[in-house]
Design a binder for this molecule. Structure first.
Ligand code: SF4
Length: 291
């Protein structure tokens, strides 16, 4: 089948779905020379040998280690939701988005098939992402209250968004094996970030558990019994170099939670205000936003 080229919603440049590395997609960290992981052993090796965050982002964005998730993300990129059928889909793993020296991390589960898997940016392009970015903007942590597509000028200030799994999973449920395989990327990214990070906002129980597991894997200390997730729940864990790290639970801004009122804007604002203070970001906008 001949590849279909469609215009990027921001730049108008033509791209295939999935996007070819180095073809000019705004913020694409990869090039044709970026190595591709085809197994979990490759993930571990390539994650460990990436010398900086940019190189790590590039390698993540081409990973093909989980066959089921590769099929799903590329299927979603070709079949598409009707409202986006005129757009190209990123269709690749989604690297972290935001500041490269963050004080605050937002940890979620995975990109959505028609959200981050379409835009190529973490937690953007769907209603949950819109909610989150509006909240971050109200808190003075994002340049704009919307994040429609890569290259739209959105920036995060002192904040980086990451996820435990980098490919959109069917029904938003990665398998344990897929989660553990992707942990190789997560651990390497945290290795670059944790020297600066003071607070993590964990979206949902999956983000909470992924954060605590990653801290343990890195040699840090998590209290026992394991702190329980809840909206507004806080835990203080310690990194491997014995620095305290605040973890704050936040209900995921999914439609299921926001439509039913389980998560309100006020509840989100309260968590972000607490996180901002604990992260030492009370001075307002600044930092070194990327992409
Ligand atoms: Fe690679 Fe992670 Fe995607 Fe699996 S989920 S293919 S490890 S990026």
């Amino acid at each position: 089948m001949t590849a279909q080229f469609l215009p990027h919603p921001g730049t108008g440049e033509l791209f295939t779905s999935p996007v070819v590395p180095g073809s000019g997609w705004p913020g694409d960290p990869a090039t044709v020379d970026t190595p591709v992981a085809h197994s979990c052993a490759d993930v571990a090796a390539e994650a460990a040998s990436a010398t900086n965050l940019t190189e790590l982002d590039a390698r993540i964005s081409l990973c093909r280690a989980c066959p089921r998730l590769v099929d799903w993300r590329e299927h979603a990129a070709v079949v598409k939701r009707r409202s986006f059928e005129g757009e190209p889909y990123w269709g690749r793993p989604v690297p972290g988005f935001g500041d490269s020296l963050p004080k605050l991390l937002i940890m979620g589960l995975a990109p959505a098939a028609n959200g981050g898997n379409r835009t190529g940016r973490m937690f953007t392009g769907d209603q949950a992402g819109d909610w989150l970015f509006r909240g971050l903007h109200r808190a003075g942590l994002a340049a704009k209250g919307a994040a429609d597509h890569a290259g739209d000028g959105q920036k995060l200030y002192g904040v980086r968004m990451i996820s435990a799994v980098r490919c959109a999973p069917p029904a938003n449920r990665p398998s344990v094996e897929e989660r553990d395989c992707c942990a190789g990327w997560l651990d390497a990214e945290l290795g670059h970030l944790l020297p600066w990070v003071r607070t993590v906002v964990a979206l949902g129980a999956f983000g909470w558990d992924a954060t605590l597991r990653a801290v343990r894997r890195s040699g840090g200390l998590v209290p026992t019994p394991k702190p329980k997730f809840g909206h507004g729940a806080t835990a203080v864990v310690h990194t491997a170099d014995d620095k305290p790290l605040n973890v704050i639970g936040c209900y995921h801004p999914s439609q299921q939670n926001t439509f039913t009122g389980k998560l309100t804007e006020k509840m989100l604002d309260e968590v972000l205000a607490q996180a901002k203070e604990l992260a030492g970001l009370g001075w307002g906008c600044g930092g070194s936003g990327r992409r």
